[in-house]
Each structure stands twice: as structure tokens, then as C-alpha cells.
Design a binder for this molecule. Structure first.
Ligand SMILES: [Zn+2]
Length: 250
């Protein structure tokens, strides 16, 4: 059996981009590890730990993930301003990419990873932490000599169909049109389509485990609230496929 390491920017990305793939790999007997670059917090970590890492562990348990690790960085935020670092750690976008890649490569070696899941060059939608996941993932795969890299993405046309549906239903989504034009990849670039409809129930429950995101006031919170309440077959229809681009090393 193989070992799959999924590298993500923030807690909740593991579900939205790769949740079904992880659940399917675990169900088929593979070892599945999730590494998250940031703890999803802009400020200092409270004494009791980062709540979004707890939510990530709950989500990962539902998906059947065997191990969760945090590379130690803070969220860099998505606005035009890159804020100063919090006192206790570095924002991922400001981290030395070689050092971040070395941290990930150490985990890849320790796990003897057969495959790394990372992000497409635009990190799906241009968030600076997601773009950095692409760069650091690529470099870490070189360092640890992991030959099979799959970069998570979404077909641009599918994303736009979902956005039209969201707007038709008058669900708030705070992304402007310029940002949406850059989301996902052209279908022609996509090399792997994974059918995960059988894992829709796990994927939906894992999404619901990200309680602070679902209950919060982030840009996608209203959409997340709708998704976790959908009848599971409908959730599977909307989020029952995941897409990847084959990395350059094969
Ligand atoms: Zn993210």
C-alpha cells in the first residue's frame, strides 16, 4: 500500500479540494497524511492551542486520515495588505521558501511518501498562501525525491457554474469578478478526475467539523453553511468530483 501526503494552506482546504480523495485513499488501505502550512490564524495562538487545528484534526479523523501535521506558520490573509507577523510565528507568505520546503521534505522522507498532493500554480484562486503551497510543494518533492505530485485544482467552467448557482440562490459570496476569472484551471490542463461521490457523506461531515469557518463571517461562510445543510446526495452532486494536474517530475 502507498503513502499519500496532502499539503494544504489552511484548515478546511483539505476537505474542499481533496477531502473525497483522502477518504477514498484511506478506505482503499493507503496511509494518508495531511500537512497544513498555516493554522488558519492571523493573530497569536492562544494558550489552549489554535482552534482551527483542532477542527482540522476532527475533519481528518472523519476522512480516515492517519496523521496531521502543522508546519508552524501563521495565515497570511487574502487582502491587498500583508500584515506584520504576529509575535509568536511567521506568516507563511513571508517564510523562507527553502526552509518551509525543508520542513515538508523532512516529513515526506519520514513517511517515505509515494505521492504528494499540492496545488496548481495559482493555488486554486490566487490566495498568497495557496500560491506558496504550490511553490513549496514542488521544491519539497524535489528535495525528498517524491516523483508523483498531483496538483489539486478545479475546472474553471465548473467553478463559474457553481458561482452562477450561488448567485441565483442569493447566497452571499464576497469574491469580485476579477478574482473569479482567475479561479481554477482550464479543463485541458487537468489530467486526473477523481469520482468521490461515494464519499460525499464523509466529505460533508468533515466540512461541518470546521465549525468556526461554518459559523464565522468569512468570505465563504454563507456558502459553507448551505453546503453542510444540503441533503447528502445533492452535496455529492455538487462536490463529488475532485481534479488534479500531474506534476512535472513524471
Ligand atoms: Zn486556504
Amino acid at each position: 500500500m502507498a503513502t499519500l501526503v496532502a499539503f494544504h494552506a489552511h484548515p478546511d482546504d483539505e476537505v474542499l479540494l481533496t477531502g473525497g480523495t483522502l477518504a477514498r485513499a484511506a478506505a482503499e488501505g493507503h496511509r494518508v497524511v495531511v500537512v497544513v502550512a498555516t493554522d488558519g490564524m492571523m493573530g497569536p495562538v492562544p494558550d489552549k492551542g489554535a482552534p482551527r487545528l483542532d477542527e482540522l484534526r476532527a475533519s481528518a479523523a472523519i476522512l480516515g486520515v492517519h496523521r496531521v501535521e502543522h508546519l508552524g506558520y501563521a495565515d497570511s490573509g487574502h487582502g491587498p495588505l500583508l500584515y506584520p507577523d504576529p509575535p509568536d510565528r511567521t506568516r507563511f507568505a513571508r517564510a523562507d521558501p527553502e526552509e518551509a520546503a525543508a520542513r515538508l521534505a523532512a516529513l515526506l522522507r519520514e513517511e517515505k511518501a509515494d505521492m504528494l498532493l499540492s496545488y496548481d500554480p495559482n493555488g486554486g484562486y490566487g490566495h498568497r498562501d495557496h500560491v506558496r503551497v504550490h511553490e513549496v510543494g514542488k521544491r519539497a518533492a524535489e528535495m525528498a525525491d517524491v516523483k508523483r505530485v498531483r496538483e489539486a485544482t478545479m475546472p474553471h467552467d465548473n467553478v463559474m457554474r457553481l458561482v452562477r448557482l450561488i448567485r441565483l440562490l442569493r447566497i452571499p459570496l464576497r469574491f469580485d469578478d476579477a478574482a473569479l476569472r482567475a479561479v481554477g484551471s482550464p479543463s485541458s490542463a487537468i489530467t486526473h478526475r477523481v469520482d468521490v461521490r461515494r464519499f460525499a457523506e464523509q466529505k460533508q461531515a468533515a466540512l461541518a467539523a470546521h465549525r468556526s469557518e461554518v459559523r464565522g463571517d468569512g468570505r465563504t461562510a454563507a456558502v459553507m453553511r448551505v453546503l453542510v445543510r444540503l441533503p447528502t446526495p445533492l452535496f455529492g452532486l455538487l462536490l463529488g468530483r475532485e481534479w488534479y494536474i500531474e506534476g512535472p517530475r513524471e
